[in-house]
Design a protein around this ligand. Structure first.
Ligand SMILES: C[S@@+](CC[C@H](N)C(=O)[O-])C[C@H]1O[C@@H](n2cnc3c(N)ncnc32)[C@H](O)[C@@H]1O
Length: 252
């Protein structure tokens, strides 16, 4: 196991109990994976793969497929690697510790690409759409999980998120931007309240549990306070304001 990279300490601690580091249930993941209908031998890319749980589930579902996952968080990649070994999938997947932009300058020809909650790995949502279009084969599929506003965010909530209102659009706007980037929108879905509660609840719980177990760590108090502040903002504003959409897109 790699030592936790200081840049990713808080997020690694917060996602200790997640398989998917996104508001995604096992049932919705299985449905999205079925809808990919990958042909034999498909090569699948996961941009900002985290623990690569979705990529590995795809390889388990499509036994001839191979996968490439790219992420900067070595702790997440280690978990993905161990999972791949346990599931007998390690010979069909490469999990690469590299910046996604750098990696994709030298890799293309994918039948499908995934990017869940990680468009910032390629700058922003527009950057993701442009890069994915370039690295997909004609007819290739892109499955994006992307945030959107369910309603106008208020200033206090934006301050907690460290975001600007202009950083995101609404659900229809995400789909429209994909069309403008040259994709067809095949199918859309959204994270429901249970998926959000599970995602945010596990995140808060893991941070508070870690802080209680590591009281002498110099970051313990800040991580605990931040977890409680974040969860309060989720309950107060986030549940009504922040959405997460799933967009199955096709490069014509
Ligand atoms: C919210 S997590 C989502 C992880 C995964 N897609 C999932 O849904 O389980 C975002 C991921 O993007 C990764 N990331 C951020 N910037 C990156 C970059 N420039 N290149 C590669 N990965 C990056 C982070 O390390 C993190 O694992």
């Amino acid at each position: 196991m790699s030592a936790v990279d200081a840049r990713f300490k808080a997020t690694t601690i917060g996602h200790a109990d997640h398989r998917f580091c996104s508001p995604l249930s096992a049932e919705k993941a299985a449905r999205l994976i079925d809808l990919l209908e990958l042909r034999p031998g498909a090569r699948v890319l996961d941009i900002g793969c985290g623990k690569a749980a979705l990529l590995l589930d795809i390889l388990a579902r499509y036994p001839d497929a191979t996968g490439v996952g790219v992420d900067l968080n070595a702790s997440f990649l280690d978990e993905g690697e161990a999972d791949a070994q346990d599931r007998g999938l390690a010979d069909r997947v490469a999990l690469i510790d590299e910046d996604a932009t750098l990696h994709l300058a030298n890799d293309d020809g994918f039948a499908a690409a995934l990017c869940l909650g990680a468009s910032h790995a390629l700058g922003d949502y527009a950057g993701l759409l442009a890069t994915a279009f370039a690295v997909l084969d004609p007819g290739g599929l892109l499955l994006v999980g992307e945030g959107y506003w369910r309603q106008q965010p208020n200033r206090a909530y934006l301050a907690v998120l460290g975001a600007d209102e202009e950083d995101m659009t609404d659900h229809a706007g995400n789909a429209e931007r994909a069309i403008r980037a040259g994709f067809q929108v095949l199918y859309t879905a959204t994270a429901n309240a249970d998926e959000w509660d599970e995602y945010e609840g596990l995140y808060c719980r893991a941070k508070l549990r870690w802080a209680a177990a590591n009281p002498r760590d110099p970051d313990a108090a800040a991580i605990a306070a931040d977890a409680q502040r974040w969860h309060d903002a989720y309950l107060r504003w986030g549940r009504q304001t922040l959405g997460f959409g799933y967009y199955l897109l096709r490069r014509p």
